[in-house]
Structures are given as C-alpha cells and as structure tokens.
Design a protein around this ligand. Structure first.
Ligand SMILES: Cc1cc2nc3c(=O)[nH]c(=O)nc-3n(C[C@H](O)[C@H](O)[C@H](O)COP(=O)(O)OP(=O)(O)OC[C@H]3O[C@@H](n4cnc5c(N)ncnc54)[C@H](O)[C@@H]3O)c2cc1C
Length: 421
C-alpha cells in the first residue's frame, strides 16, 4: 500500500536525504521538494557516533561503506576509540596546571568525522534524482480529510497523502504540526551561544598547534569552547569556536558579520595558537538556536523529522545522528502501512519512539554546553569533567536501534488491530 501513497518530503538536508534513501530501499515512491536550486552543504565538518553509523548500515550498507571512504579518524595511531582529548583553552593550554591532554571515549565508539559536502554527495548518489524537485520553497501546508495541500512560494500547489517535514530548524512544516495546539512551541529558542566555523589545511594546523592538531580535541575556557577534529581524509582540520553570551539574540537573521578584530575580541585570554586557527574562519557569528521542547512531532498526516523536530546545539555532535535514526524508524514504519488511514498510526508510533530520545539529546546537549564552557554550577574541576564525559554519551552511542524497529512494528500492528475492533 505504501507504494501507492503520495509521499512528500520537504527538505534535502541530512534528514530528508536519509529518509529518501530508506524509501528507495523499500521501493516506496516519494517526491522530495527542496528550496535551494541544488544539493548544498555549508562548508564544515560533521561527526557521527556509533548509533548513527549503525542506523546508516541497517538502512543502506553501501552508504555505510562509502562513508568509510570519506571520513577521518584521529591521526594518532591507537586512538580509534577516543572521542576527544580534553584541554584548557587558556594561554599555555593548561601547562600551568600540569595538564596533559585527557582522552574520553568508549569501546563502542569509533572516532569519525567528515566534510558535510562529502557526506551529502555520497547520500545524493544513493537516490533517484528524478524524484527531487529543486527551487521549490514551501510557503504553507494545510490538511483536511482528503489529505495534505502544499503551497509553494512560486504559486504551485500539490496534494499528498502524507508529508514529512525535514525542512530544518526554521522550516514551515513545524507551524503546520504545532501552530494550532502549541503556538508558543513553533519557534526555536536562542541557546545563549554563537559559533564561528573554520577549516584549516591540516599542514597549517600542525604547524600552528603541533602535537595538538591531528586528533579531535575540546578546549575548555570560561564562556568559550573550541571543538577541533580532522576531516577530508585527514587533510583538513575543522574547528567550531563557541562563545557564550549574556545578551539575547536581537537580529532577525541568525548570522552576524563582524570584523576580524571583533571575532578575536570574543576570545581574549585564549591560547593564541587556537585563535590563529580562526584565520581560516569567516568573521561570521552563527547564532545557536534549538527546539528545547517539542510537545509532539506529528499532526494527523504531517510529521517532523530531523532539525525541524529537535534542532539541537552541537555540543554532543548528535543532531545529524538523530536525523539518521529518525529516517530509519520513519522509513520502516512507512513500509508497514497497508491503508491510507494507517498514516497517523505510523506517525504516532514514530513520535512515541523518537521524541523522548531526540529531545533528551537536545536537553543534555545544552547541559554539556555549560560544562564545556566552564559555566556549569555542578561540574567545575577538569578531572570531574573528564570523568563525566566518559559516561555521558553512552546512552546515545549504545542505543538499541534494532530494538526500536521491532518495537515500532509491534506498536504499529497493535494500533491497526485496535482500530479494527
Ligand atoms: C556548528 C554545528 C555543528 C554540528 N556538528 C554536528 C556533528 O558533528 N554531528 C552531528 O550529528 N550533528 C551536528 N550538527 C547538527 C546537524 O548539522 C543537524 O542536526 C543536521 O544537519 C540537520 O539536518 P536536517 O536535514 O534536519 O536539516 P537541514 O540541514 O537544515 O536541512 C533542511 C533542508 O530543508 C530545506 N528547506 C528549508 N525550508 C524549506 C522550505 N520552506 N521549502 C523547501 N525546502 C526547505 C533547506 O534548504 C535544507 O536543505 C551540528 C550543527 C551545528 C550548527
């Protein structure tokens, strides 16, 4: 039955593309509408945890194999299971405390990161491009007993049996799901932080940071944090420089151009080698917003997936991983549908399985943001922080996604059965 449904996906980011791959594998037709005129990715890195890679392997073993070809681990041998080394960001990188790089990680974890563009390229190679319509910006979405009506900015209107909104943190489908019942939960909230992003050639990073480049590191300082890791098969070094602010974000747009001097001033007191890596950054502040609470991911035949549901701050490097998990569960459920009226059951099960976990990722990420910027009242000394880091990711990384698929089948069948009675 799923094969005769009109399925619309909005948004060709990591979430929408992974869902499309999942549907391709089940021979379920869909149309993917993307506002941009082509597949695109902001030039930056993305790290995937073992949970995300397991979900990817279940969905598409070939994609998982391709990911091996584009990703990078720590460059130092025997550090496969080290997620990051914890360092001070202050001048001297902790020398005055006698601090040595302190690793955290887990047996189940394998360090990998990739350039986003490379990731999107391998993903798009796994779908039928004829199913993608570019330059189609959704303006509004509404539904009635006949289905979902999607209106685009260019005036075109299409009908669908169901719609998956993978249109990111500010996409319009969130309004269609939450607007009526939870209007105050539609817009994202400012997390109190912004970032700069930089990608330096690895050779230059090694010249600047010496032994500290090449592996993934988190550099902690009061109100600041720097996350660095290799990408592009170890030829580039990605850095996210995070700054905590007391002020609310007052601009309508979520980026702010500043001067190089203003960017450097944000990181006074930070070791100059780290600040030097900002030479490769655009002096552009990216405000970090998130969907801290989302009371439901679906409304009848419209359902949210990825950042449109649970945009998170990046501290746990898990937003994209949650997109992949979402897409696996969603494609599995869509494959179970045998009648048009089953659509809301599939979404109900998806919501019950995905929302508690994904929202916990959002909330614990905000907590980790405080720890990484030494602003957490509970965790103040570095040894306790490293101890905390060695445990805090396990529930994300060790998650039983195969178990979720089994539960999804059982719950969906039970709902269908119940409806028949
Ligand atoms: C600094 C930073 C670092 C991060 N690092 C990591 C990391 O290391 N690991 C990790 O797992 N996650 C990371 N994340 C999170 C991760 O990037 C996101 O969770 C993920 O990319 C979200 O994908 P998405 O497909 O849901 O949304 P998006 O990537 O936002 O894609 C949404 C798509 O929808 C399209 N769209 C929007 N509106 C419309 C419309 N009206 N009509 C049609 N199309 C529309 C957009 O053009 C876009 O293509 C990071 C995030 C940030 C900010």
């Amino acid at each position: 039955m799923s094969k005769s449904l009109d399925i619309v996906i909005v948004g060709a980011g990591i979430g929408g593309l992974t869902l499309a791959i999942g549907l391709e594998h089940r021979n379920i037709p869909y149309t993917l509408y993307e506002a941009a005129t082509q597949f695109s990715a902001i030039g930056a890195g993305v790290g995937l945890g073992p949970n995300a890679l397991r979900a990817m392997a279940i969905m598409d073993p070939v994609l998982r194999e391709m990911y091996n070809g584009i990703s990078s681990g720590n460059l130092t041998p025997n550090k496969e299971h080290v997620a990051m080394d914890v360092m001070y960001a202050e001048e001297g990188l902790g020398e005055k405390h006698g601090w040595q790089p302190a690793p955290f990680g887990a047996e189940c974890y394998e360090r990998t990161s990739a350039h986003r563009k490379d990731l999107l390229d391998i993903m798009t190679s796994r779908i039928n491009r004829e199913r993608v319509r570019f330059g189609k910006r959704v303006d509004s979405v509404r539904q009635d007993e006949n289905g979902v009506t999607i209106t685009f900015k260019d005036g075109e209107t299409v009908q669908a049996d169901l719609l998956i909104g993978a249109d990111g943190i500010r996409g319009p489908t969130r309004q269609a799901v939450l607007g009526e019942q939870y209007p105050d939960k539609v817009s994202a909230t400012y997390s109190g932080k912004y970032v700069y992003r930089s990608i330096a050639p690895m050779k230059e990073a090694l010249d600047i940071l010496g032994q500290h480049a090449g592996d993934a590191r988190t550099f902690l300082g009061p109100g600041v944090n720097f996350i660095t890791y290799p990408i592009s098969r170890g030829t580039e070094y990605n850095m996210v420089a995070i700054k905590v602010t007391d002020e609310p974000w007052s601009l309508p747009q979520w980026t702010q151009e500043v001067t190089r001097e203003e960017m450097a001033a944000d990181f006074e007191g930070v070791d100059r080698r780290i600040v030097k890596l900002l030479d490769w950054a655009q002096p552009l502040r990216w405000a970090l917003w998130h969907h801290y609470d989302t009371p439901t991911y679906y409304n009848d035949r419209i359902c949210l997936l990825g950042d449109s549901a649970h945009a998170t701050t990046p501290h746990q490097a898990s937003g994209a991983g949650q997109c992949i998990e979402d897409a696996l569960v969603m494609s599995h459920l869509l494959g179970l549908i045998q009648h048009r009226k089953h659509v809301p059951y599939a979404f109900k099960v998806y919501d019950a399985l995905r929302r508690p976990r994904a929202q916990k990722v959002v909330q614990t990420s905000q907590e980790l943001g405080k720890i990484y910027t030494l602003t957490s009242p509970e965790l103040t000394d570095m040894d306790s922080i490293v101890e905390n880091l060695n445990h805090r990711f396990l529930w994300i990384w060790e998650h039983d996604i195969e178990g979720d698929l089994k539960t999804a089948t059982e719950q969906f069948k039970a709902l269908v059965e119940e409806a028949r009675l």
